[in-house]
Design a protein around this ligand. Structure first.
Ligand code: BES
Ligand code: MN
Ligand code: ZN
Length: 491
């Protein structure tokens, strides 16, 4: 169940809450506003800050149980010294909500001094992210061991700006949550068909149109690149197209493209067993497109957006594509398969070529494409490359605003040498050197008719360690980046 979020005026004298989450900057003192609150909480705040038991450092948390009524507990969360209050608040809200869930409180109230509209949005996004949990495949514990789950959060702020900020934050947060849930679902449940059904459901709720191509339709389109990945699996591959058209009739749409490998075993070039279960997350690009479309639909953004997803699984079998095989993509180009584990680019090749028919003003794709990107940028930044420098910058700016930082890598023609084939136009792997760049250069061959940017989210779409704000599993990246980019184009 999703978190119910609302805004209420910060009237501390009458505040009743099981948990007040209070975000504080470094070395905060009790000012006039906090004084009113402190009275409601029995003076606990002043004592704690005066003793410097809490100093407001980044990620610092202190849980206080108050003995008087009204405010039953206070959770202080530090925002540190950062200049970027939006980012600090998103993080503090996530930490607070996650901690509230661990404490087993049903409801929390969140307060920070001087909340702007933009900060209110970030706060809502953070609260939803922190309250997110994946329980649906676990048997609930017996009643006596059960804790309450966080169901409701109230942002204490009286302004219309805060109202608007929280409203858009809910839309973004729900997009993130949808993407994270899809990511967490295992490959036997979240199949290409499941992603198609999810797209149909999003389309229905928000008045979008949906088109789904299966194997037969893709054969008609001569998508030999996408289909060679799918030839090793009995599941029907899906090319899913979601269209949101609320911009001017003749305005070119933005294209959002996602890699949707519901499981990537590597195929004949099979991956090592150790950690292979993580490859259920190889559809996080697709989940990002669906999450972003959910947000765009909820906000009824006045733009034209086309979401495109290429979904299948990469499996070894007697019918699977082999190293050395040559296939032809729908744009006519011949591809030599060197490594069947470089399957994401094969799927995206035909999806990117298909996107051209929508005559897009720009296309952004997101894909958990290369292990090399994790080596280059770790889990901190998404790799960003593209055919148009201004568009790359526009995407980097959007990613930063969303709190999903990206970093550019050079997409120079010099690297093309690495993916020249002896027998075909191009080969699907250039080996280890510059692996992220050669993957992007491969994609570029299929995205020639429009400005295009590629996001390699292999290191950022999911986390293998608990981040404090987010448990092991999907992070919601790249939903925020997609949404922020599209929103940037409506301004
Ligand atoms: N899905 C993987 C990339 C990946 C690796 C994502 C680790 C997240 C974490 C992709 O399909 C893949 O296997 N890429 C190969 C490419 C290579 C064969 C050229 C890789 O990165 O090893
Ligand atoms: Mn692979
Ligand atoms: Zn993959």
């Amino acid at each position: 169940m999703s978190l119910a979020l609302s805004v209420r005026a910060a009237d501390f004298a009458s505040l009743d809450t099981p948990l007040l989450v209070l975000a504080l900057p470094a070395n905060a003192t009790v000012d006039e506003t906090l004084n009113a609150l402190d009275r409601r909480a029995g003076g606990i705040l002043r004592r704690t800050l005066e003793r410097r038991e809490f100093r407001g450092g980044r990620d610092e948390m202190l849980h206080l149980s108050s003995s008087v009524g009204g405010v039953e507990r206070v959770l202080l969360v530090g925002m540190g010294k950062s200049e970027d209050r939006v980012a600090s608040l998103r993080r503090a809200a996530a930490l607070g909500a996650r901690q509230a869930g661990k404490l087993g409180v049903k409801q929390l109230s969140f307060f920070v001094s001087g909340l702007t509209e933009q900060e209110a949005e970030a706060t809502a996004v953070g609260l939803i992210a922190g309250a997110w949990d994946f329980r649906e495949l676990k048997t609930p514990p017996p009643a006596e061991d059960r804790r309450d789950v966080l169901e409701e959060a109230v942002v204490l702020a009286g302004t219309p700006g805060a109202q608007r900020g929280v409203a858009s934050g809910i839309a973004i947060g729900e997009g993130h949550s949808l993407a994270r849930r899809l990511g967490m679902l295992p490959g036997n449940i979240c199949t290409p068909e499941y992603l198609a059904d999810t797209a149909r459901e999003i389309a229905q709720r928000h008045g979008m149109t949906v088109t789904v191509l299966g194997r037969a339709e893709m054969e008609r389109e001569r998508m030999g690149s996408f289909l060679c990945v799918a030839q090793g699996t009995p599941q029907d591959p899906k090319l899913i197209i979601l269209e949101h058209r609320r911009g001017p009739r003749d305005a070119k749409p933005v294209g959002l493209v996602g890699k949707g490998l519901c499981f990537d075993s590597g195929g004949i070039s099979i991956k090592p067993a150790q950690g292979m279960e993580w490859m259920k997350f190889d559809m996080c690009g697709a989940a990002g497109v669906l999450g972003a479309m959910e947000t765009i639909g909820r906000l009824q953004m006045p733009v034209n957006v086309v979401g495109l997803i290429g979904s299948t699984t990469n499996m070894p079998s007697g019918t699977a594509v082999k190293p050395g095989d040559v296939v032809q993509a729908s744009n006519g180009k011949y591809i030599e398969i060197i490594n069947t584990d470089a399957e994401g680019r094969l799927v995206l090749a035909d999806v990117l070529a298909y996107a051209a028919r929508y005559n897009p003003s720009a296309v952004i794709d997101a894909a958990t494409l290369t292990g090399a990107c994790v080596i280059a940028l770790g889990h901190t930044a998404t790799g960003v490359m593209g055919s148009d420098d201004a568009l790359v910058q526009e995407v980097l700016d959007a990613a930063k605003r969303a709190g999903e930082p990206g970093w550019p890598l050079p997409l120079w023609d010099d690297y093309k040498e690495l993916i020249k084939s002896d027998v075909a136009d191009i080969k699907n792997s250039g080996g280890r050197p510059a692996g992220t760049i050669t993957a992007a250069l491969f994609l570029k061959e299929f995205a020639e008719s429009y400005p295009w940017v590629h996001l390699d989210i292999a290191g950022t779409a999911y986390t293998e360690s608990d981040l404090g704000t987010i448990p092991r599993g999907p992070t919601g990246v790249p939903v925020g980046t997609f949404v922020e980019f599209v929103r940037g184009r409506t301004r």
